[in-house]
Design a protein around this ligand. Structure first.
Ligand code: GLN
Length: 446
């Protein structure tokens, strides 16, 4: 109960950051009292967890920060949420995010932007911005976010916390509102790697409700508990990328030297597909989004406009009023790349590039255990700075979307401080479903 009260106090104290869309205050206290009265205690007994507003929690509202889902209540809980509850967690509220997870700054929310926890003139990163800010400020102990193209790792990077995107299929997507189904993963934001590891162990594993969930939980492939030597790759094309803040580049280079001094083997690997990453990601995710979002017609879900003349104008009116600007842009882009005449030139081509990315990545992980990289080319931008230029915003996803295109796990670690005093992180990715060794290695780095 005290833990819940402390979180509620901080939620109130940092209200202007706009991290939560709704707080389940009374319910959370009641649950704490109930859990206290139980003899058997779960692995997450009394752990206070916030969930991004695109993850379903039975009998609670969920909106994906979109007007089109205003007033909609979940009929069931996401598998990940069910598993948290079964281990004694307390869900404290639903957290602000970019509408349907589309954005990198948390400015595309129907509920207004979330602010950076250390500098209110800046963005916290997106799309799971509320989830990162809540952890950073102690409004909850852990958050569940979602990562289709960096949305857990980027806000973790900007806010100075840990954010894990598990490998594709490690955590069931049942009850996660779909954006790009072949990319989406529920991820974990926390203060440290150990907390991430405990929560991942609880929420991962097969699920009859998601045929893309893998048949087994991540397991330990390592020999011993002792510190081990690893083979680590980095891409010089990324660290020297023209878009990167030179200070980020310098600090990562120094970090590489530090790893070498620790006895790790760190080697440059050329990655010549770099320039295709962002276009491939945006062609495929907008295509999937345009299909996934076709269900929001104002009849089956959420809010609908009043009387109209015919069915087509009813749909048009609901969608025109319900969706924000960025979501509309993506539906149009996705519909375009899937349209006959353009399908082969864009969609098929992008699928082919994705195959090449898979293959190159597999080859890299034949020789290496991990890839280290920046998460983003810059530190947290100012509010409004990126929002005017969607292409510039998309280009900022260059280092994160790689892991979603290839389905590998990747984590953001808060190990750097910029001269502006703002934090930024290091990204570490592992091959296949190697979350356990990724977490063990990164635990040593913090
Ligand atoms: N910036 C990415 C996008 O807008 C983030 C997506 C995500 O991970 N939800 O597509």
């Amino acid at each position: 109960k005290q833990a819940v009260q402390s979180c509620l106090f901080l939620i109130e104290q940092f209200k202007e950051l706009n991290a939560f869309i709704e707080v389940f205050a009374e319910e959370a206290i009641e649950r704490a009292l109930f859990l206290d009265s139980q003899e058997v205690k779960g692995k997450l007994h009394g752990v206070v967890i916030g969930i991004k507003d695109n993850i379903c929690y039975k009998d609670h509202k969920v909106s994906a920060a979109s007007r089109i889902l205003e007033g909609f209540t979940s009929l069931y809980s996401a598998t990940a949420v069910e598993r948290l509850l079964a281990e004694g967690a307390i869900i404290i509220g639903r957290q602000n995010c970019d509408e349907f997870g589309m954005g990198s700054t948390n400015e595309n929310s129907a509920y207004g932007p979330t602010l950076h926890p250390d500098d209110h003139s800046r963005v916290p990163g997106g799309s799971s911005g509320g989830s990162a800010v809540a952890v950073k400020k102690g409004m909850c102990m852990v958050s569940l976010g979602s990562d289709t193209g960096g949305s857990v790792r980027l806000p973790a990077d900007y806010c100075g916390i840990v954010g894990l995107k598990p490998g594709y299929g490690t955590v069931s997507r049942h009850g996660l509102i779909a954006y790009g189904s072949s990319f989406d993963q529920i991820g974990i934001l926390a203060n440290n790697v150990a907390d991430v590891a405990i929560v991942l162990d609880v929420i991962s594993g097969p699920d009859d409700f998601d045929s893309t969930a893998l048949p087994a939980k991540p397991t330990n492939t390592q020999q011993s508990d002792k510190e081990e030597k690893f083979r680590i790759a980095y891409f010089p094309e990324w660290i020297n990328h023209p878009s990167i803040d030179p200070e980020i580049s310098v600090q990562i280079r120094k970090y590489i030297e530090k790893l070498e001094a620790m006895g790790q083997e760190v080697k440059p690997v050329s990655f010549d597909l770099t320039e295709y990453i962002v276009p491939t990601y945006y062609i495929l995710t907008t295509a999937e989004a345009s299909s996934n979002l076709s269900r929001y017609d104002g009849i089956r879900y959420g809010k609908s406009a009043g009387e109209t003349e015919d069915l087509a104008s009813f749909y048009r009116s609901n969608r025109a009023h319900g969706f924000g600007k960025e979501v509309k842009r993506r539906i149009m882009l996705g519909t375009f790349v899937l349209s006959s005449g353009y399908y082969d030139a864009y969609y098929t081509k992008a699928q082919q590039v994705r195959q090449q990315l898979y293959q190159q990545t597999r080859l890299i992980f034949n020789d290496f255990d991990f890839i280290i990289a920046p998460n983003a080319p810059t530190i947290a931008p100012l509010l409004g700075e990126k929002n005017k230029d969607p292409l510039a915003m998309y280009m900022g996803d260059i280092f994160t979307v790689f892991a979603n295109l290839t389905g590998i796990p990747a984590i953001s670690l808060p190990v750097f401080k910029h001269s502006s005093n703002l934090p930024f992180g290091l990204q570490v990715a592992a091959g296949g479903q190697n979350e356990v060794s990724l977490l063990r290695f990164t635990h040593q780095l913090m």
